[in-house]
Design a protein around this ligand. Sequence first.
Ligand code: NAP
Ligand code: ZN
Length: 353
Amino acid sequence: MYKVKAYAATHPASPLAPLAIERRDPTATDVRIEILFCGVCHSDLHQVRDEWHGAMPTVYPCVPGHEIIGRVTAVGSQVTRFKSGDLVGVGCLVDSDGTCAQCRAGLEQLCAAAVLTYNSPDKHSGGVTLGGYAESIVVDERFVLRIPSSLDPAAAAPLLCAGITTYSPLRRARVGRGTKVGIVGLGGLGHMGVKIAHALGAHVHVLTTSPGKRSDALRLGADEVIVTRDSEQMRRHAGTFEFILDTVSAEHDINAYLNLLRPDGNITLVGAPSQPFTIPAFSLLMGRRSLSGSVIGGLPETQEMLEFCAEHAITADVEVIPIQRINAAFERLQRSDVKYRFVIDMASLRGLA
Ligand code: NAP
Ligand code: ZN
């Protein structure tokens, strides 16, 4: 075991503060990574504040962070895919059983024994996993991704969660040239969804509560912007969308978006508000509409997404911050005031920036 500096929450209402944590010495199949950058996902905020108490209660101290980019500094004796000095990424997963049908199909995110990067039972430590708001991390090589050299490391960090979480359902829905796609919520996930759907050739509409994000939405690749609080704009698009990706982090009326689907259209939910939805049967029956969910993506698809982003020169629009500003960043994330992903420069934790 060795000690590293990290930032942790100790209580749902406490700000994040410095904490020394322990990492294991690499096993034969482990990779040790010096963390250079870590994105700030709204899931970090939900988890730190214990907003998902029913489904995923938070164990404190909680070190969040699952959009990790770093350099390999050590590898175990059986590691074959990585060597010291490689630029690598770690997303939301750090382990799974490796043997079930889902794992064999490369869908590790659906494995019943999937271990998340933080707040999951950790078989090595006996506690819970601790995430990327830290100097370094030790991860089994199966869960380490190669970062294409053409991508800027800070701007690539959000691909590890926001990128794959939007890429996977867009591909699964076979979004392609001319598909009328709606992206609800222009935040971290939403802005990646716009870039990826645009690169897939879709006719992309951003559905936003923030009229001030209009010009950004168009710059990011949207063809049209719908301000969802304007009932006339919503009425004009009723019954026309083939596919809508809902990335909203807070309570909202999903029926307003279901009403935008054309017959057999689908809304896929990736946003994870803490409150349940109320959906009248007729919101789904009429037009044979469907509502489904999606959670991140498996390792092969995450690597595929990274290559896709390299090919299309896609990264996140980021505001790089020192870790000492994480609590202010959380407050701004809560107010939807981020353009469009905070990324922590981990040199600040080492006292280097
Ligand atoms: P974010 O950057 O805070 O973006 C969320 C966006 O939702 C905001 O920018 C805002 O966009 C919109 N919004 C906020 N409050 C709203 C309200 N009351 N009504 C309507 N729209 C509202 O968050 P994020 O990091 O993209 O994460 C979004 C959600 O996805 C979170 O719940 C997170 O936990 C979840 N998530 C899920 C997965 C998965 O695997 N399924 C992975 C990562 C994250 P506008 O200003 O444009 O309206
Ligand atoms: Zn995330």
